[in-house]
Design a protein around this ligand. Structure first.
Ligand SMILES: NC(=O)c1ccno1
Length: 279
């Protein structure tokens, strides 16, 4: 999978180079490109925003820099290797002069869309809410592009224009407002990439996680068995795997019923043991 992120704060995305995602990049499981939107501005002030038509507070991100940045990413996708798999963060792309970029990209963009459209994700509180199902779906994509808006957002015409070239997906990580799309993009990138085979060392650790099957995860413990007067539940020390599995399932059902009854209501595969645990 290749992931490209466009932002006016590329250094924000530096955290993606750490830990498991950074290791996945080094292992070639993942390519990550981070692009500074200001590298695609077309004036000496490197302007990315302007006042909103129709009036109102705040500023709106201008369309042209976004189009040039997205065309550059499409161009690179059509010519693998033209973007280093591990772009150095903050290194501004050298945008070709607008007329050359536009001509070259118009041709290559068609090539990419013919081979399947990259998914353009635009973090926004106005989008459908991203959840584990969304993460599982996006984990199968070949190419994800994240457009990190700032200020009041991106000129709507960018999304309208991008429809021909990308599968455009406004996406919210929750019912609250952030100052920009960078943090939301990092949340989604982490939730998606950890599902790519090989990224998490032991795939079994993905099983029985919260939301993997509609239930929240069970409480977990490690040594010592007794800690400041708090004991590990006896069953977990018993070695009785069947009893341990039942205990864990019961705790997942209880926790889900207590914390997220809305999730429990969606389940249609509860067995008799499950229902006894919930009674
Ligand atoms: N809730 C969100 O995903 C979001 C993205 C940008 N601002 O808020």
């Amino acid at each position: 999978m290749r992931i490209d992120v466009v932002s006016i704060f590329p250094e924000y995305l530096e955290g993606l180079r750490l830990s498991l995602i950074g290791k996945a990049i080094d292992q070639g499981l993942l390519e990550l490109g981070v692009h500074d939107l200001r590298a695609f501005t077309v004036d000496r002030h490197r302007t990315v925003d302007d006042t909103p038509y129709g009036g109102g507070a705040g500023m709106v991100m201008k369309a042209e820099p976004w189009a040039l940045a997205l065309e550059r990413i499409l161009d690179a996708a059509a010519a693998p290797g033209s973007l280093a798999p591990r772009d150095r963060l903050g290194e501004a792309d050298e945008a070709a002069p607008a007329d050359e970029a536009a001509a070259a990209d118009a041709e290559t963009a068609d090539a990419v869309t013919a081979a399947g459209k990259p998914v353009l994700i635009v973090p926004s509180p106005a989008g459908p809410v991203f959840d584990q199902r969304t993460a599982e779906e996006l984990a199968h994509a070949d190419h994800l592009v994240f457009a990190c808006g700032r200020y009041e957002g991106i000129d709507q015409r960018v999304l309208d224009w991008a429809q021909e070239r990308f599968e455009c997906r406004p996406m919210s990580i929750g019912d609250y407002v952030l100052n920009g799309g960078e943090v939301a993009s990092m949340v989604m990138i982490e939730a998606v990439t950890r599902l790519i085979p090989g990224v998490i060392g032991n795939p079994e650790s993905l099983a029985e996680e919260s939301h993997e099957d509609g239930l929240l995860e069970y409480p977990i413990y490690t040594k010592p068995a007794s800690w400041r007067g708090h004991e590990v539940p006896e069953v977990l020390l018993s070695g009785n795997h069947q009893a341990i599995a039942r205990w864990r399932r019961d705790r997942r059902l209880e926790r889900t019923a207590e914390v997220r009854p809305d999730l429990l209501a969606r389940l249609d595969d509860l067995d008799r043991g499950d229902r006894e645990a919930l009674d």
